[in-house]
Write a protein that binds this ligand. Structure first.
Ligand code: FER
Length: 308
């Protein structure tokens, strides 16, 4: 066996060509995801008679800080992710009364395709909203965990956000959530481990994740909410293969989407199926697009329904 194999020069050129075509292919696939997203956002919107706003508007003062009430805490949380093999970050809200002697229900609140563990706190001031709702007796004190739903080594929202790698990482988060994050939260905080005390909700990619993971694990979650759910949402027959079981297990199914959002057909399909199969649900359609004010408003409404 020769110790050194010398490739003739043309082979180097071929190799270089192969590397270039492989990287262009990767770019093409990534661009394809972005192109498909553009097509999805541009889908025709057909509104049905059920597609209406069902709540009074969120008051303007919902996220105005008040001095004369008790305040909760927003803090960073780091856990070891078995499936990703890294230390991953989450943001945790602890309610004003939080103490180790009580046991609190937990809401897992998931972000969209361009977000991370800071997204909800950047646009919705959830800590102020929850402090205000809890102070006025409208919300059950709960722990709210805002994880990073992109289960991959580099979990920052960088580069081609619609690439297959990123979309796959949002699906992979199911295992990270169930096997690593939930046990870490439950051993670090006074968190109830009963399914009746666990909720999962999210916006867009996080809405799809919440419906997929929540409805797919009704032994772990009883409260499930998808806001402006993205095309990662499984088809309704796959999401809810056994409507009788879902009816028995669900304490809440909450669906919402803006009536100017091209992705509304994904939520409409789930809503129609829930209605056909007589599964109780909330369906809130406000006059918004795919945008933060839609999600902030629905967080305000949803927070008042959970764990009651
Ligand atoms: C898509 C359109 C939108 C898609 C994802 C999204 C995976 C997600 C949007 C968001 O999270 O805001 O085609 O494909």
């Amino acid at each position: 066996m020769p110790r050194h194999i010398r490739f003739p020069r043309f082979c180097n050129i071929k190799l270089l060509g192969l590397v270039i075509s492989l990287s262009s292919l990767t770019c093409l696939i990534a661009e394809e995801g972005a192109e498909e997203a553009k097509r999805n956002f541009a889908r025709e919107i057909v509104l049905n008679e059920d597609d209406v706003t069902i709540f009074p508007a969120m008051p303007e003062k919902a996220t105005t800080p008040q001095d004369n009430i008790a305040h909760g805490k927003l803090e960073g949380f780091i856990y070891t992710s078995e499936i990703v093999g890294t230390q991953r970050k989450a943001t945790v809200y602890l309610p004003p009364s939080y103490n180790e002697e009580s046991s609190y229900p937990v809401l897992y609140l998931l972000h969209g395709i361009g977000g991370d563990e800071t997204e909800w706190s950047r646009f919705a001031s959830p800590d102020v909203m929850f402090d205000n709702l809890i102070a006025s007796g409208k919300m059950t004190p709960m722990i709210v965990v805002m994880p990073n739903g992109r289960a991959r080594k580099n979990d920052r929202a960088e580069g081609e956000i619609f690439s297959k790698e990123n979309v796959d990482a949002f699906a992979r988060f199911e295992k990270d959530l169930l096997n690593s994050l939930m046990p870490a939260i439950e051993s670090s905080f006074s968190a109830s481990t009963k399914r009746e005390d666990r909720a999962i909700a999210g916006l867009s990619m996080g809405g799809g994740q919440s419906l997929n993971f929540g409805l797919g694990n009704l032994d772990a979650f009883a409260w499930v909410a998808g806001m402006s759910s993205a095309p990662n949402t499984k088809p309704p027959e796959e999401l809810i293969p056994d409507p009788q079981y879902a009816k028995k297990q669900l304490k809440l199914l909450y669906l919402s989407c803006g009536n100017k959002d091209g992705l509304i057909n994904f939520s409409q399909a789930v809503q129609r199926y829930a209605k056909q199969h007589d599964i109780d649900h909330y369906w809130n359609v406000e006059s918004n697009g795919h945008e933060p004010k839609e999600w902030k408003s629905n967080l305000y409404h949803l927070a008042q329904l959970l764990f009651k």
